[in-house]
Write a protein that binds this ligand. Sequence first.
Ligand SMILES: *Cc1c(COP(=O)(O)O)cnc(C)c1O
Length: 409
Amino acid sequence: MEGGENTMDFKTIIARQAERHDSFYLYDERRILEDTERLKRNFPQVDFLYSIKCNPHPQVLRSVFRQGFGADAASLGEVLLAQEAGLPKEQIYYSAPGKTSADIRGAMGKAVLIADSLGELGLLDQLAGEAGLSVGVRVNPEFSFTGGPGLSSKFGVDEDQLFRFLRESPPAHLRIAGIHVHLRSQELHAPALAAYYENMLALAERVWQVLGYELEYVNMGSGMGIQFSPEDSPLDVEALSRAVTECLDAFRRAHPSTRLIIETGRYAVGKSGVYATKVLDRKVSRGVTYLILKNTLNGFARPSVAYMVRRFSQEAAPAPWEPMFTCKDAFGILTLKDEPPCEKVSLVGNLCTATDIVAEGLSLPRLDRGDAVVFTNAGAYAAVMTPMQFASLERPAELFLTAEGEIVE
Ligand SMILES: *Cc1c(COP(=O)(O)O)cnc(C)c1O
């Protein structure tokens, strides 16, 4: 089973917690440390930010920040979470479309602010006033993630618009200190990421030439994917590192005062989590065996969403729409039984709606009331992307297993 170094160990821990909770997330710190270490080891030239939105559990934040990661904050709320977790201003990057004046005022002095549009640059200029302010800009570059021409986007400022703006009407009270680009999540192909990073460094050179001074940071955003379906090959981080080392090193030599930044949410914590729920009831209706589970659509929604997409899509492999939908078979469905599968069941939830379905015709060992079903890949975009308020049902617990083997509730 995923999530732990020692298979039996982790299974036993889940079984023990299943005696105390009918539905719960369990995040394994050892896996977080392993995955974040791999990044740091392979990219010594780069500083990492953790994208809080994928999992803001306080223990998860503490664990990732202790690894030296800064914060990629998608809201003022996340800026404050990062601050409460002890990060200094220089380690909190606040980048989101559609910030209000209150968001900006609230984050000033607490985070590095990244403007998402020309309008927002104007607003920042106004709020900064005579005191002045150092800000970053999110750029929509003239290349796409796959290297083609730039695309239209709700995020950032188109590269040509930004350059025209900086040449013709630079903001009076702002210093543009850095750039931020994020074009894609869940890329598993190392050469595609390597080509993207190279394009990013070329963009940084263009910005530097227009500004006429060194950038403080070049934030290359995220992109690194994790293995969801057993049919996916995991991203080869070592190969990616080998492919980009020379280019990153050359950039660092040419611009020693510019930080290179990579953001990640899912790569740091996505594999660390499982979601466990229990069979509340079992029935046979006109030949179909139903296992009614606690909190599925309203506990861990994405397996139900994946089922829904598969049911309605005409395509064999519907395109991902991150982070809501990744692919079919994105989540392993396991039991704690050692017996082989012996029956086909429909896994459904305990909501009073017929659409609360996780799987149909799934082969499993015989499960009865009280037995656990475990979903993998539940560390990122899992609890936070689930509508837990529906029908006023009890929420799943969120448990954290420390590297020392202790459970924190
Ligand atoms: C959500 C987000 C990320 C994190 O993406 P992952 O695929 O989880 O690594 C990084 N940067 C930005 C700007 C984002 O919006």
